[in-house]
Design a protein around this ligand. Structure first.
Ligand code: NAD
Length: 246
């Protein structure tokens, strides 16, 4: 018996990194997991690996794609118990070089994508459902080049507070998980060949003195998704090796 037997979950950005690992874990504990992502081949490969999963290609910042995802969840006929709004991108650009296009892409995916993912799930959410948004230590910090990304993650944190107030009456909990440096393809996208050096540089200054793994974030998301966190509402749980805590 798994703790999520009979439950239905959605994980956005489920083809790689933290999303893939979380989808794997929710499915291993009994949930049927719908995963989304923009790259169809990788998504299909991930769904096959996970097993109890449905791949739905799509972009979280495109309303019609999110509608298509939830139409498929609706067809399954069991409502929705867990939403992990995880899809996100970074852009390391100093203010004077930050273009409208880059700023829009960060906000479209990280902020508007999170809004679509949760708002469009509302008709399907079963009472007692758990919604987990993805923040970042960057939402509190002020590293150079991270203004658009940090601002987008601060916005996500603000969503969780208001949505907790709005949805708590239905027993729907909304919380945030905020990773610190976690070893995923995210760093390669941001830094290319310099990714190992960059993540080690950030991680070495933390109490943990190492990068985190996607599994360590998935464990905390699993806790927030489960009834073990039944009195945790509107919280922001840091999985950051202590980066933002000292
Ligand atoms: P990743 O790049 O390894 O994976 C991101 C996933 O999101 C991929 O599956 C990608 O296909 C998907 N994705 C990207 N844009 C999308 C879109 N528009 N629509 C649908 N899917 C999309 O990243 P990760 O490290 O696993 O990051 C996951 C989340 O964690 C992000 O929100 C990120 O901001 C956050 N985060 C990561 C770190 C870290 O160090 N890795 C730290 C703090 C926060």
């Amino acid at each position: 018996m798994g703790q999520f037997d009979g439950k239905t979950a959605v994980v956005t950005g489920g083809s790689a990194g933290i999303g893939l690992e979380t989808a794997r874990r929710l499915a291993a504990e009994g949930a049927h997991v719908f995963i989304t992502g923009r790259r169809e081949t990788e998504l299909d490969k991930a769904a096959a690996e996970i097993g109890n999963a449905t791949a739905v290609p799509g972009d979280v910042s495109v309303a019609a794609d999110v509608d298509r995802l939830y139409a498929l969840v609706h067809e399954r006929g069991q409502g929705l118990d867990i939403v992990f709004a995880n899809a996100g991108i970074n852009a390391i650009v100093p203010l004077e070089e930050l273009t409208e296009e880059v700023h829009d892409s960060v906000f479209d995916i990280n902020v508007k994508g999170t809004f679509f993912t949760v708002q469009k799930a509302l008709p399907l959410l079963n009472d007692g459902a758990s919604v987990i948004l993805t923040g970042s230590t960057a939402g509190d910090g002020g590293s150079a080049g991270m203004s658009a990304y940090g601002a987008s993650k601060a916005a996500v944190r603000a969503y969780a507070r208001a949505w907790s107030s709005e949805l708590g009456g239905r027993g729907i909990r909304v919380n945030v998980v905020s990773p610190g440096p976690v070893d995923t393809p995210f760093w390669v996208t941001a830094f290319g060949d310099r990714a190992p050096e960059m993540i080690e540089g950030v991680a070495s200054g933390t109490p943990a003195q190492r990068p985190g793994s996607p599994e360590e974030v998935a464990a905390v998301v699993t806790f927030l998704a489960s009834s073990q966190s039944s009195f945790v509402y509107g919280a922001n749980l840091y999985v950051d090796g202590g980066l933002g805590q000292i």
